[in-house]
Design a protein around this ligand. Structure first.
Ligand SMILES: Cc1ncc(COP(=O)(O)O)c(C=O)c1O
Length: 404
């Protein structure tokens, strides 16, 4: 091990162990302020609790924030992806290329649309979808590419846009991890036909459950607004504003994928401090990276000077030189009260998705990453002593492993 753990670190390690006896270090804690709570209580006193002014306000602030013409709030990112695929006329008989390394929701949304997901390998250094693997999988049935901006790092979007144009495909971006990520002035989600965001509690801002689609296409925006509300021609407030409330039409069988007023209120309040929250993430990310930089057993994922990274997760790779395996490190940290996890088990390994795998599929990188990656406790307001404790514990465990 290149990094020598000195006496001082050892002393603080044992002190921290004692500090931790009654405490665990969580993987993540959402940032809910008193202002958020106050705003929610105010909305709770209103008569209209869904499909009302707070949703419209959240949508317009999100559109402004991302620079998209339209933003449509929905119940979560899975429904955002599902409706984006439907609104882009992706369905039965079509293939949609997605990364093998993502949360299952990306694949499920494709399957719910009636299309077939085609899993492709990811890049080793960013865990983002591999452009070469995309090229290999394009055929006559390919209708769309659905990349994920993994862990908040923008994927190779310029190359993907080029492929999409050359092959006349649809581009739907899964931006669940990437609220605030930009390439130059362009926010993720604006490079193709639509972009889908998640406000799940672990995401860069939260509405607890919640999602958003952004698009520059009026047609797509209208289709999604219709489909999120059962296919009804009127919203709740329109139904009671004039005429007879029951006199609406259903022009397409839709879904109940609405985002309510309480969640929208939380979204408005959280969005106001997204830049600060992302800056805090960057600071902690860079601190971890600095501390793990010269550790032989650890491979880190680099940060970025530009806003093309919004640091959704902090992950390390435990490389082959380590005498302590990733699983062993996970268990030892857990014993100390430090929660860690793996993002994610590759899609091709799940029983429900086996039928989509062909014998010539190669997932060398996602397989290797799956054995090596570990996500560490990481969130915008993570206390410094918890950061130190995670770092010191990992260094100590790795050093002890080397001595055996
Ligand atoms: C990459 C990715 N896509 C989609 C989703 C689905 O998000 P939601 O929980 O809002 O449906 C997630 C959720 O964690 C995700 O990580």
């Amino acid at each position: 091990m290149v990094q020598i753990i000195n006496k001082h670190i050892l002393q603080s390690f044992f002190k921290m162990k004692v500090d931790l006896m009654n405490e665990t270090i969580p993987l993540f804690l959402p940032d809910i302020t008193n202002e958020d709570k106050k705003a929610i209580l105010e909305t709770l006193n209103k008569a209209l609790l869904t499909d009302g002014p707070k949703l419209r306000e959240f949508e317009s602030s999100f559109a402004k924030f991302t620079g998209a013409k339209y933003a449509i709030g929905v119940s979560n990112a899975t429904s955002a992806l599902h409706l984006s695929l439907l609104a882009n006329n992706v369905g039965k008989g079509d293939e949609v290329i997605i990364p093998d390394m993502t949360f299952v929701a990306t694949a499920n949304a494709v399957i719910h649309s009636g299309a077939t997901p085609v899993f492709v390998d990811v890049e080793m250094n960013s865990m983002n979808i591999s452009v070469d693997s995309i090229k290999e999988k394009i055929n006559k049935k390919t209708k769309a590419i659905l990349p994920v901006h993994f862990a908040g790092k923008v994927c190779n979007i310029k190359q993907i846009v080029k492929i999409v144009k050359e092959n006349n495909l649809k581009l739907i971006e899964d931006c669940a991890h990437a609220i605030g990520a930009r390439v130059g002035k362009n926010h993720v989600g604006t490079f193709g036909n639509s972009g889908c965001f998640s406000f799940y509690p672990t995401k860069n801002i939260t509405t607890i459950e919640g999602g958003m689609v952004i698009t520059d296409s009026k047609e797509i925006a209208e289709k999604i607004s219709l489909l999120r509300n059962h296919g009804l021609t009127k919203t709740l407030s329109q139904r009671y504003s004039k005429g007879m409330p029951w006199d609406y039409d259903v022009i397409q069988s839709g879904y109940n994928y609405r985002l309510d007023e309480i969640r929208s209120t939380l979204g408005i309040s959280q969005l106001k401090r997204i830049r600060k929250l992302n800056q805090n993430r960057k600071k902690i990310y860079e601190y971890y990276n600095k501390k793990f930089k010269n550790v032989e057993e650890i491979i880190t994922f680099p940060s970025s000077e530009k806003e093309e990274h919004v640091y959704h997760l902090y992950m390390i790779r435990i490389n082959k030189k380590s005498k302590v395996s990733r699983d062993k490190l996970f268990s030892k940290l857990l014993k100390l009260g430090i929660k860690t996890t793996v993002h994610y088990k590759p899609l091709h390994k799940f029983s429900a998705f086996k039928k989509f795998i062909k014998s010539n599929n190669k997932f060398n990188n996602s397989n290797q990453l799956y054995n090596e990656i570990l996500s560490l406790p990481f969130y915008p307001n993570m206390p410094k002593n918890h950061q130190e404790c995670v770092i010191t514990s990992i260094l100590k465990i790795l050093e002890k492993g080397n001595k055996k």
